[in-house]
Design a protein around this ligand. Sequence first.
Ligand code: HEC
Ligand code: HEC
Length: 413
Amino acid sequence: MKNKVTGFCLFLLLPVAIACRKDRVVVVEFEPNRVFAYNVGKMAEQPMDKAIEQTSAALEVLFGTPDEPKIPEFILDDDELAALVSLEKLDHASGAANETGRGIFRERCANCHGLTGDGRGTAAALLNPYPRDYRLGRFKFKSTPIGTKPTKQDIAYLIREGIHGTSMVKIPELTESDVDALTDYVVYLSWRGEVERALLLECEAIYFADGESLYDPSIKEADPEAFEEQWELIEDYTVEVAEQWLAAADRVIDMPSRDPALVPDTIQEVLAAMNSSGDSPIKDSVSRGRSLFASEKASCSRCHGLAGRGDGQTNDYDEWTTDWTKKFGIDPEDKDSHIPLIARGAFPVRKVSPRNFQEGVFRAGSSPEQLYQRIALGIEGTPMPAAAIEPTEVWDLVNFVRSLVLPAEEKPL
Ligand code: HEC
Ligand code: HEC
């Protein structure tokens, strides 16, 4: 009876409580990477609450908050590093969704990518593929090799055009200055997220129970040298990730020139050439591409299947999944072992399928140059490797892959 009465009173109080919350200034914070922290904690056999607390405190000094982004001061002191992202653009992209002149990330992207760029927005769990978690610092569709960052142009292109065949559709309302600002903001979130991982991993060897710490400003006065050492480590990781992003522009692969009579601009032209009678350079190229596709050298058919229907090797996971499973000795098939990680924000594992070319959906564009990049460079984070073949052979594969696309009227609904 007593409980019922208390329950009733609480019910009456509820509207008041909500009204009070409305008046209070809500401080929006970045959610820590609890999945990664949990796995590091298990490795280190120690609780991670101090590690998370100190990492978050350091990150706030470096990068600010979702409402007030910052660029680390020592980055701004260095002309080259300071050019990586602009505070003005971060300001434009960040902030509350209804703030005038600000807030486009929260308005347009955070539903899927999450406030921290963890790919865990409110709509994300039901999507396939899952939205990108930027915090790993790995990106799929770019003009640079696996293991290097994308250029800002690569990211801007995807924001402008969307990613075909996924839930990330093109948003026509975005202006060029929105796209620019969002590009910097993606780099910023990814940079922050990678530094967070590095610091959490560093905590593996820090024994908090013995009074050691990663970042503890309260020792500044008593032991300035020890504090200096802590800060230097944090600076080093922050600079290292920034340098990787800045290096991307120099890693863009050369695009060999293309003869449109051999590698036509559109898929329709390839299909028309295949349907025409008689020989043509395009047909010869497609035929060379077909042999190469099934050859041991390129071994495309191993995953994509001989007919390119995506029905070869379909048992793989992408690296956003293996990052919290295999990498920490967790079997992606052993669902029970995932429970503590799912409780901390991981999503149920899913396999990654090789593309079915008949559908004609190429996520990052279907122009010859875009397909050249995908084949020559591979797709980072997925099983799709970079092909170790000559440029002319890549063009033959581009033609072959495009020749498999079913004309619109033959595509299944
Ligand atoms: C409806 C959900 C959704 C929305 C909204 C969305 N995205 Fe995405 N985004 C995705 C999905 C899904 C992927 C992963 C696609 C894949 O893995 O092939 C992705 C991937 C990305 C990538 C990674 C590309 C790569 O090469 O790896 C970037 C960058 C990105 N999105 C930025 C944005 C930005 C900026 C916005 C806001 C303008 C946005 N997205 C809005 C779902 C969304
Ligand atoms: C080990 C497996 C594997 C091999 C070998 C492989 N692929 Fe893939 N490929 C994939 C997967 C998986 C994807 C989907 C990646 C993703 O999730 O975006 C893919 C995607 C693609 C795409 C789609 C790009 C886009 O924009 O959507 C093309 C084109 C492609 N592969 C061509 C090839 C060619 C040509 C070869 C041989 C040189 C090849 N692949 C070899 C697994 C493979």
